[in-house]
Design a protein around this ligand. Structure first.
Ligand SMILES: [Zn+2]
Length: 284
């Protein structure tokens, strides 16, 4: 993965693809201003992209997520450092507002040094927070970059449809849909299962070794797990899988609900075709 625009597009491809299949939830709003400025954000809206209520909800989510990251991580963030070599500390008093473009495209959300581009129909999936985390922490490599973005988004916004990354990964393992978190494979393409597994693995690393050592890994040489944690990649993968087993998620109602969604989709539950397609692919 890289911090450049093209790289980010590729990384977030699946998330965008899934949401792009959905119908835009908000009706085109005539006559709204094309921009919204606050001290910390400068939002620009493609005509017809979000109505007033959705704009307010988007801004509230961005402000809330930014404040949470600033409160806990101001010493390790590198806002907008994609491909520029620029690595300023996160300091609200000195930073320019973060640029956010909201578009109607059925394409992909992405982040680069210029800011965030959010596909309007992805707003309710908290992709704005996901991209904000990419923007604030700067680039790294797979799976730790997407794992951090997914894990923190889940912490800040809650699990989508009551199925967290650990549970989703256990379901994927049981359905034999999980393959590996080897960077070279993920560099080619990441599936929804890969995003979930990356988030679960990053969660394990952080909860086991702490944030400081995780960021040693995040800022360090690709796959240098031994340098950050004193353990090999395979040892860590095995320990993560063992931890997932100990969580005993298979006895929960949420497990069976998500497993059913993953296998049969919502067709039998009468969901509309656009939603059914996304759920059938186990996309959040
Ligand atoms: Zn991403």
């Amino acid at each position: 993965m890289s911090g450049i625009r093209a790289g980010r597009v590729a990384l977030c491809a699946l998330m965008v693809h899934a949401a792009g299949c959905r119908l835009a939830p908000e009706a085109p709003p005539p006559g709204l201003p094309s921009e919204l400025r606050t001290e910390r954000f400068h939002l620009r809206f493609e005509e017809g992209s979000l109505d007033a209520g959705a704009r307010a909800a988007l801004l509230a989510e961005l402000e809330r997520s930014l404040a949470a990251v600033e409160a806990d991580f101001s010493d390790v963030t590198r806002p907008g450092s994609f491909g520029t070599g620029r690595a300023p500390a996160l300091d609200g008093a000195r930073l320019e507002p973060i640029q956010v473009r909201v578009v109607l495209s059925a394409g992909r959300c992405f982040t680069d040094a210029r800011g965030i581009e959010l596909v309007a129909s992805h707003r309710e999936r908290h992709h704005a927070t996901h991209e904000l985390i990419h923007y604030l922490f700067g680039p790294s490599w797979h799976p730790v970059d997407e794992g951090l973005a997914c894990y923190l988004t889940e912490r800040l916004c809650g699990p989508i449809k009551q199925a967290g990354a650990d549970l989703r990964t256990v379901v994927a393992l049981d359905l034999e849909r999980f393959r590996s978190l080897i960077p070279e494979r993920l560099d080619r393409q990441m599936s929804r299962v890969d995003y979930d597994a990356a988030a679960s693995f990053v969660k394990y690393l952080i909860e086991t070794f702490g944030w400081a050592r995780f960021f040693d890994l995040y800022r360090g040489v690709k796959r240098n797990y031994h340098g950050a944690f004193g353990r090999s990649e395979q040892e860590l993968f095995s320990a993560w899988r063992e931890r997932l087993g100990r969580l005993d998620l298979r006895r929960t109602r949420a497990y069976y609900r998500f497993r059913a969604r993953s296998t049969i989709g919502l067709q039998e539950a009468g969901a509309p075709p656009s939603q059914r397609r996304a759920e059938g692919e186990a996309v959040d």
